[in-house]
Write a protein that binds this ligand. Structure first.
Ligand code: NAD
Length: 265
């Protein structure tokens, strides 16, 4: 078995109906895993694609503990186990503190932080009873590593997600359960990024701004792809990362290193 092979493994991905989560579900499937995806909505073409591949698609609102429990318990009933949970569902919240309502706060924190907390709770319930343990991967963000001025609630949710990951990694190493984060951005071709770009006065200028903030994105003159983030999630989910826990891997082309050099000329 190759280290990145997931044959015989079983994985649940939240927010897998589009973007990074969909790329991750497809990559896991291609590497042999039995995959269940939970999302609040599935576009028709995605539902057809998942059905064709035998990827189980289930409506699940990660703000609801009962939905997460049903998603994970149902997956275990179908496949006999859960080796991997990817807590990926998330929403953005580009608003200054003076604009944020209590409903905004709850929507963002409940989706981005409470969801992964209760998803992890129900995955760990099963993983603790498996001799091999399991792997939990959270999709945090660049905002989980760097404070950002324009989206305080989102930044809090993603930084707290890194803290949650470290706490669980520390607690459950003895159960052979590994817990890690990926911290991506800017990732193009996703629902969240498209929603951001749709709000910009000048879409092309906004894309240029995202690209120029990341040294490697600037060098390749493009945003990071959902598949490139999924590759890092696959690594963390697989046996290749058997001794890796408590890490937050930046998939950001160096964006979180600091202020990039000025453009030449
Ligand atoms: P996306 O919008 O394509 O994917 C997010 C998915 O989560 C969608 O399918 C959406 O329906 C689902 N979702 C939203 N609320 C949900 C809920 N309550 N319950 C279940 N599912 C729900 O965007 P994406 O960029 O692929 O985002 C995936 C993750 O990546 C998010 O956690 C996001 O914060 C993170 N992220 C994205 C970027 C980026 O640049 N695109 C950067 C850093 C982090």
């Amino acid at each position: 078995m190759q280290p990145l092979d997931l044959s015989g493994r079983s994985a649940v991905v939240t927010g897998g109906g589009s973007g990074i989560g969909r790329a991750c579900a497809l990559l896991f499937h291609a590497h042999g895993a039995r995959v269940s995806v939970g999302d609040v909505r599935f576009a028709d073409d995605v539902a057809v694609e998942f059905d064709r591949l035998g990827i189980h698609a289930q409506t699940c609102d990660v703000r609801r503990e009962d939905h997460l429990r049903d998603l994970i318990d149902g997956h275990v009933e179908r496949t006999g186990r859960i080796d991997v949970l990817v807590n990926n569902a998330g929403i953005g919240m580009v608003k200054q503190i003076t604009e944020v309502t209590e409903a905004d706060w709850s929507a963002c924190i409940d989706t981005n932080l409470k969801g992964p907390f209760f998803g992890s709770k129900h995955a760990i319930r099963h993983m603790k009873n498996q001799p091999e343990g399991g792997s939990i991967v959270n999709t945090s963000s660049n905002a989980g590593l760097l404070p950002r001025a324009h989206d305080p609630v989102y930044s809090i949710s993603k930084m707290a997600l890194v803290a949650l990951m470290k706490s669980l990694a520390l607690c459950h190493g003895r159960d052979r359960i590994r817990v890690n984060c990926v911290c991506p951005g800017p990732v193009g071709d996703t629902g969240m990024m498209n929603a951001d770009l749709d709000q910009a006065d000048d879409r092309d200028a906004e894309i240029r701004k995202f690209i120029s903030a990341s040294p490697l994105a600037a060098a390749f003159d493009r945003m990071i792809s959902p598949e490139e983030v999924a590759q890092a999630i696959l690594y963390l989910a697989s046996d290749a990362a058997r001794m890796v826990t408590g890490t937050a891997i930046a998939i950001d082309g160096g964006k979180s290193l600091g202020v990039p050099p000025r453009a030449p000329g």
